[in-house]
Design a protein around this ligand. Structure first.
Ligand code: PLP
Length: 450
C-alpha cells in the first residue's frame, strides 16, 4: 500500500507557490499552517510562530479575533452573498460605503468594491481612462508611479509596480512610467541634503510631465510608505513638494493605502501621517483585518462628481466583480474598522511604535551588518549591508535576507526578506512582551547569519 504523503509532500505536489524563493523551499520544505491565536500561527507539527508579517500585512487584529469571527458568522447566517450590480446591493454595502467616506479624509465621496488591492488599482486606472475619454481627453492614459512601488499583480497594477521581476511577463505596459524611489538613504547623492533630494524628486516629476505632456497623463499613484518595496518612507516633505506640481497640471494624486490604511502608520491613513489629502484612496488588506478578501476605491469629491457625471452620460459604468461589495466582506469591514479605530488597536500602534523603533535601533547598533533602520508605526525594515559605512550591499547570490528570515522561522518567528532588508510588520495587537520575543528571536537569527 502506498505510504500516506506528508502535508509537506502534498503541498509541494499539488499546489503552486507565488512569490517564493524555490531553492529555499526545495531545501527546507513547506510550512503548512493550521490555526492561529492572537499574533501566533501554528503548523501541522504543532510548532508555534510569532507572525511579525501579520499574514501579509493584513491580519492586523490577529488570527482569532472573536468580534470579527462573530460579525462574519452573523452575516453568513443573515445573507451569505450578493453583488453590487443591476441596481441592487446589500444593506451592509450601503453602510460600509457611508462609513468609508465618513472615515476618509474627504468631505464627500463614493466607493467601488473589488476583491483585492490589485483589482482596486486596476479599477482606479479604468475609472480614469473612462473619465478622460468621456471628457474628451482619450489620450490621457499614462500612469506615473515609482521604482520599488508595489501596487499588485493584475495587468495594470503590475505595470504600476516598479519591480524588475515583472519583466518576465513583458510588463510594464507602455505608458506606465516609473520615477525615482524617494529613498534618501539609498538614492541621495554624495553631499546632497534630504531637502535637496526632495527638490530633485519634485524636479524629476516636473521634467517627466513636460517630456510626456500633461494632457497624456491620467494619474500619479503612490503608497504613502512603500511597503513591499522594503518599507520606504518618503523623504522629508516629498508629498508637499510633488502635490502642487500635480495640481498645477490637473493630474490626480492617488494614494495606494492598501498597507498604510487603517492604522499601520499609527493613524487611520498614511496620507494623514504624511499630511496630504489625495484625490482618491485605494484600500484593501486591513480594510477587513484580513478576514475577507476585499478592496475598495474611495473617490474624493472631485473625482466622484466627474465620474458620476461621465457615467450618467453613457448610463452605465461597465465594470465590476461578481463579489463586489460582498455583504459578508462588508459586515467584516464595518467591524474591522470599529475594532482598529475604537478598540485600541491603532492606539496600540501609536503607543508602541517608539518602543519598536528603539528596540530595532538597539539591535542595529549591536550588529555590524545593518546599514539602515527605517519605518513608522508598526512597519519597519532593517537593511543588511556588507559594509554599512559605505552602504555596500551583500552579493545578491548570498541571499542574506532570505537566510535571516529562514533562521527566524527556525526560531519561531515569521518575518519577511525583501531585497536585502528584513521587514517587520506585526499585528496591531502585539504586546510589549511579544515585541520583546520578536526582538530576541530576530537578534539571535542575525547573530547566527552574520
Ligand atoms: N497595493 C499595495 C500597496 C500592496 O501592498 C498590495 C499587496 O501587497 C497591493 C496593492 C495588491 O493587493 P492584493 O495582493 O490584494 O491584490
Amino acid at each position: 500500500m502506498a505510504q500516506p504523503q506528508s502535508w509537506e509532500q502534498r503541498a509541494q505536489e499539488y499546489s503552486m507557490y507565488g512569490f517564493t524563493d524555490l531553492p529555499s523551499v526545495h531545501e527546507r520544505g513547506t510550512v503548512v499552517l493550521t490555526h492561529g491565536e492572537g499574533p501566533y500561527v501554528f503548523d501541522t507539527n504543532g510548532r508555534r510562530y510569532l507572525d511579525s508579517n501579520s499574514g501579509l500585512w493584513n491580519m492586523v487584529a490577529g488570527f482569532d479575533h472573536r468580534g470579527l469571527i462573530d460579525a462574519a458568522k452573523a452575516q453568513y447566517e443573515r445573507f451569505p452573498g450578493y453583488h453590487a450590480f443591476f441596481g441592487r446591493m446589500s444593506d451592509q454595502t450601503v453602510m460600509l460605503s457611508e462609513k468609508l467616506v465618513e472615515v476618509s479624509p474627504f468631505p464627500r465621496g463614493k466607493v467601488f468594491y473589488t476583491n483585492s488591492g490589485s483589482e482596486a488599482n486596476d479599477t482606479m486606472v479604468k475609472m480614469l481612462w473612462f473619465l478622460n475619454r468621456a471628457e474628451g481627453r482619450p489620450q490621457a492614459r499614462k500612469v506615473l508611479t515609482r521604482v520599488n512601488a508595489y501596487h499588485g499583480v493584475t495587468i495594470a497594477s503590475a505595470s504600476m509596480t516598479g519591480k524588475p521581476y515583472n519583466e518576465v511577463f513583458g510588463l510594464p505596459l507602455d505608458g506606465f512610467i516609473h520615477l525615482t524611489c524617494p529613498h534618501y538613504w539609498r538614492e541621495g547623492r554624495p553631499g546632497e541634503t534630504e531637502q535637496e533630494f526632495t527638490v530633485r524628486m519634485a524636479k524629476e516629476l516636473e521634467d517627466t510631465i513636460a517630456r510626456e505632456g500633461a494632457d497624456t497623463i491620467a494619474a500619479f499613484v503612490a503608497e504613502p510608505v512603500m511597503g513591499a518595496g522594503g518599507v520606504i518612507p518618503p523623504s522629508k516633505g516629498y508629498f508637499q513638494a510633488i502635490q502642487p506640481i500635480l495640481q498645477r497640471h490637473g493630474i490626480p494624486l492617488i494614494a495606494d493605502e492598501v498597507i498604510c490604511g487603517f492604522g499601520r502608520t499609527g493613524n487611520t491613513w498614511g496620507c494623514e501621517t504624511y499630511d496630504f489629502v489625495p484625490d482618491a484612496i485605494i484600500s484593501s488588506k486591513n480594510l477587513t483585518a484580513g478576514f475577507f478578501p476585499m478592496g475598495a476605491v474611495i473617490l474624493g469629491p472631485e473625482l466622484s462628481d466627474r465620474l458620476s457625471a461621465a457615467v450618467e452620460e453613457i448610463e452605465e459604468f461597465p465594470h465590476g466583480f461578481t463579489a463586489s461589495g460582498h455583504p459578508v466582506g462588508c459586515a467584516i469591514a464595518l467591524k474591522a474598522i470599529d475594532v482598529v479605530m475604537n478598540e485600541g488597536l491603532a492606539e496600540n500602534v501609536r503607543r508602541l511604535a517608539p518602543r519598536m523603533e528603539e528596540g530595532l535601533r538597539q539591535i542595529m547598533q549591536r550588529s555590524s551588518n545593518i546599514g539602515e533602520l527605517r519605518g513608522v508605526g508598526y512597519m519597519w525594515a532593517l537593511e543588511a549591508c556588507l559594509d554599512p559605512a559605505s552602504k555596500t550591499p551583500f552579493d545578491a547570490s548570498l541571499s542574506v535576507s532570505e537566510r535571516i528570515a529562514n533562521t527566524c522561522t527556525d526560531l519561531g518567528l515569521i518575518c519577511r526578506p525583501l531585497g536585502q532588508s528584513i521587514v517587520l510588520c506585526p499585528p496591531f495587537i502585539l504586546t510589549e512582551a511579544q515585541m520583546d520575543e520578536m526582538f530576541e528571536k530576530l537578534e539571535r537569527a542575525l547573530n547566527k547569519v552574520f
